[in-house]
Design a protein around this ligand. Structure first.
Ligand code: 5GP
Ligand code: ZN
Length: 114
């Protein structure tokens, strides 16, 4: 989608600090980190959010979660702990309508979330 921010990052039109990628997924640093480690993992294929995914997307969603765990470990927070977040819709604060998994860690995270 030409007007989608994260599709433009995938296309290389907007720079990002990429930490890992494969043929389906891209992981990069969040531009406004909320923790010492704050990465985003996105599918190369545009899906608005996890609520908009379909049954056929289940394998991709599984790989997205696995990829989030992998980049967390590679960032050094695999043992200290981390949080994976998928925001969906207005009440969640979702701002970018391209599915993205937040990977947050490197400090004690509060619960419940704000
Ligand atoms: P949401 O609130 O939609 O779940 O999260 C969107 C995330 O994308 C936010 O954490 C925000 O900081 C991040 N973000 C927004 N624009 C950019 C950008 O141009 N580059 C990067 N790397 N992150 C972005
Ligand atoms: Zn997109």
């Amino acid at each position: 989608m030409a007007d989608c921010l994260f599709c433009r990052i995938i296309a290389g039109e907007i720079p990002a600090t990429v930490v890992a990628q494969d043929d389906e997924l891209l992981a990069f640093r969040d531009i406004n980190p909320q923790a010492p480690v704050h990465l985003l993992v996105i599918p190369r294929r545009h899906i608005a959010n996890s609520a908009a995914s379909e049954e056929d997307d289940a394998p991709l969603l599984g790989r997205l979660l696995r990829f989030g765990c992998r980049v967390a470990a590679e960032a050094g927070i695999g043992d200290s702990g981390f949080r994976l977040v998928l925001n969906n819709g207005p009440d969640s604060g979702e701002a970018v309508p391209h599915l993205h998994l937040h990977v947050l860690g490197g400090r004690r995270l509060g619960w419940p979330p704000g």
